[in-house]
Write a protein that binds this ligand. Structure first.
Ligand SMILES: Cc1ncc(COP(=O)(O)O)c(C=O)c1O
Length: 378
């Protein structure tokens, strides 16, 4: 099955009981048992729910893994994956990971004895140099948020295997439509499904796919024990959004290419970050491991004042956190998504006060370019 077909026919389609083409919303907490233990596969909806199960099967198929799991948010998904580790374990993470990931590692999981080190994983030697006897996992985000750095998934996974470590990839930016990390050797893929997978700014959700029976057992145990599951209605909404992921991603890509070309040639723009640019330091790796470069672009306008002016002047780019939706969004990482990272650390990473991030939506690209033109010239 090709990817666009899999989006429609992957997982579980329809309802065998009624012939309904759409998976029903099983808004139910518990299930009648014919005698103790005599259930039809479902006992209690924290443990398993048919609508959530259909979504979990779909993401498993799309990511080419062994099993999928749906959580109440991307952060709940990431936290559940980290619960696979034990107190005393150490994780190496990409240095410009999503601010919430940095926060949960350094303010919550550290208190439970899970140590983390943040390095520029786009250079593998940084990973190797920071390995310790208690290192258990490498967690990468690629492309990163907001600097669009690229880490070689296959080489990272090979290095991890050599040292007996798990490779975990946050695939939120690329989605399985463009990039399938498990096929490249990763063990676990995580998503903020709130973004492209949902695609319509109407659901907060997280998904995980694992590549083995053992990891599936362990993660289901954690999902059921800690309970941060996605509800049936949100599971259904997410599946509804995912059916159009292919056409949306293709269109995001087309619009983004045109906007990147415009930004690169604009005198008020100091620097453009986009993995599809041949000048991007990891362009060749991006081309090798992904089928598309995505709809996220960051650019530096030089100062906080100029960035503020731009953000206040645009009319089709909605000033908002989040990304990956049908509507174009614009944000200032230093003051918004990455505000939880201390200023000195942000500057070390290159997340300057003049760095603007856009998530290119599905409006007519000519309108988007006209909008940016007036806002940058204003
Ligand atoms: C790359 C990435 N990972 C994880 C998350 C967290 O996901 P959620 O907001 O659904 O909890 C986000 C949210 O912005 C993100 O951008």
């Amino acid at each position: 099955m090709r990817r666009k077909t899999k989006l429609i026919h992957g997982g579980i389609s329809g309802d065998p009981h009624t012939g309904a083409v759409s998976v029903p919303i099983y808004q139910v907490s518990t299930y009648k048992q014919e005698g103790v233990g005599g259930h039809k596969g479902y006992e209690y909806s924290r443990t398993g729910n048919p609508t959530r199960h259909a979504l979990e099967q779909l993401i498993k198929d799309l990511e080419e893994g062994y099993a999928g799991f749906a959580f109440g948010s991307g952060m709940a998904a990431i936290t559940a994956v980290m619960m696979l580790l034990n107190s005393g374990d150490h994780v190496i993470l990409t240095d410009d990971v999503y601010g919430g990931t940095y926060r949960v590692m350094t303010k919550v999981l550290n208190r439970l004895g899970i140590e983390s080190t943040f390095v520029d994983t786009s250079d593998l030697t940084n990973i190797e140099k920071n390995m310790k006897p208690n290192t258990k996992a490498i967690y990468i985000e690629t492309p990163t948020n907001p600097l669009l750095k690229i880490t070689d998934i296959q080489e990272t996974a090979e290095l991890a295997k050599k040292h007996g470590l798990l490779t975990i990839v946050d695939n939120t930016f690329s989605t399985p439509y463009w990039q399938t990390p498990i096929a490249l050797g990763a063990d676990i893929v995580v998503h903020s499904a709130t973004k492209y997978l949902g695609g319509h700014s109407d659901v907060v959700a997280g998904l995980v796919v694992v590549n083995s029976e053992q990891l599936a057992k362990d993660l289901h145990f954690i999902q059921n024990s800690t309970g941060a599951i996605l509800g049936p209605h949100d599971s259904w909404l997410l599946m509804r959004g995912m059916k159009t992921l292919g056409i949306r991603m293709e269109e995001h890509e087309q619009n983004t290419r045109k906007i990147v070309e415009f930004l690169v040639n604009h005198p008020a723009v100091k620097k453009v970050y986009y993995p599809g640019l041949e000048t991007h330091p990891n362009h060749e790796i991006a081309k090798k491991q992904a089928r598309g470069f995505g709809g996220m672009v960051s650019f530096d306008v030089g100062s906080a004042e100029k960035a503020d002016r731009l953000l206040n002047s645009v009319k089709y780019f909605t000033l908002a956190e989040s990304l990956g939706a049908v509507e174009s969004l614009i944000s200032l990482p230093a003051k918004m998504t990455h505000a939880s990272i201390p200023k000195e650390r942000r500057e070390e990473l290159g997340i300057t006060d003049g760095l603007v991030r856009i998530s290119v939506g599905l409006e007519d690209v000519e309108d988007l370019i006209e909008d940016l033109t007036q806002a940058l010239n204003g």
